[in-house]
Design a protein around this ligand. Structure first.
Ligand SMILES: [Zn+2]
Length: 340
């Protein structure tokens, strides 16, 4: 199966009321872990690459690894998504390379750090929507700012200081035509999301419920939504790591979001923790070892295990063969005739 548009994956998820994990990748092992998890659970999936991942893989390696994934797993619908595009130019280069979905994060200026004005956000997002939809490519926008910084991207603001305003969300979607909207509800990028188990004072799930009520047809996206399980932190710390105690987004909160219009859930930190824990354990227990395969193989397995758990929790499992892929050219026609 060739890569499919993220819009089709989310349309199908919306019909059946499930969420789809969007997992970040930087190398072959991570792509393999996700595709194996998708195969085992029969899940459609979104694979996403940040600007940092694109520069790490020099783009061409990423592209050809993704082509290998579609060749080897023809039964899995998979979208390739640009995570946090900082400018229309970044999104254009992703589309030119074959990404089937892009995020333009106009909540920050092109430096990826400075919170931007609403007008700036609407202008750059609208520009990307026009360019992408013409080619059948999906667009995710963001309103409000998340906490934390990852891959050099983020305002580093207090996560509760820039929550998405529901009235502005309605205006934003109407003026831009985005397919999906990332909302700020108190989550942060990276491992340090919450310094205690989150409750409604620090994780504003009511915003999602409110925004979904006003925008029932817009697919909502939860960023920074790794659950940061204690057992993964413990493995790292048991083998010489020094992570501070931290809490992620509980699975049951994500499931509540899915009941209220969340269709895409971004997960990166959990994969990183799983991989790092296994590598630390192996190298501590085998100081004589030096074959990278001896730790990369179990690292890949550990990531696969986490992804399988997420795919089951988000309920995307079992839906891989529900539909045939719609070519991007047909998606482009549907956008232009107003069907989408
Ligand atoms: Zn994000």
């Amino acid at each position: 199966m060739s890569l499919v548009s993220m819009r089709q994956i989310l349309d199908e998820a919306s019909k059946d009321g499930y969420g789809v994990g969007a997992f970040n990748v930087n190398n072959m092992e991570q792509i393999q872990a996700i595709m194996e998890a998708a195969k085992e659970t029969k899940s459609p999936v979104i694979i996403q690459a940040s600007r940092g991942a694109r520069s790490y893989t020099n783009d061409r390696f990423l592209y050809h690894l993704m082509m290998a994934a579609t060749e080897l797993y023809p039964e899995i619908p998979v979208a390739l998504h640009q995570d946090h595009g900082n400018s229309p130019e970044t999104c254009k280069s992703a589309i030119d390379m074959g990404f089937t979905s892009v995020m333009i994060d106009g909540s920050l200026e092109a430096d990826g750090k400075t919170p931007a004005s609403f007008e700036y956000n609407v202008r750059v997002t609208r520009e990307v929507v026009e360019m992408a939809h013409e080619r059948g490519v999906t667009v995710e926008g963001e309103l409000g700012c998340l906490g934390g910084i990852e891959d050099g991207h983020g305002a580093g603001v207090d996560a509760m200081a820039h929550l998405t305003n529901p009235d502005q969300a309605v205006e934003f979607v109407k003026s831009t035509g985005v397919d999906a909207l990332a909302v700020a509800i108190g989550t942060s990028h990276g491992a340090y999301k919450f310094s205690r188990k989150p409750d409604s004072a620090i994780l504003a799930m009511d915003r999602i419920i409110e925004i979904h009520k006003r925008l029932p047809k817009t697919y909502l996206v939860m960023h920074g939504s790794s659950s940061v399980p204690k057992e993964l932190q413990d493995i790292i710390n048991a083998y010489g790591g020094q992570l501070e105690p931290t809490w992620g987004v509980p699975i049951e909160e994500i499931q509540l979001g899915i009941q209220h219009g969340v269709r895409k859930i971004n997960v990166d930190t959990d994969s990183r923790l799983a991989i790092t824990g296994v590598i630390r354990k192996y190298l501590t227990e085998h100081p004589e070892g030096f074959d990278p395969r001896s730790y990369l193989k179990p690292a890949r397995e550990a990531m696969k295990k986490v992804i399988i758990e997420r795919m089951r929790s988000f309920a995307q499992a079992g839906h891989a063969s529900d539909y045939d892929p719609i070519p991007l050219s047909v998606m482009a026609q549907r956008y232009s005739n107003g069907e989408l």
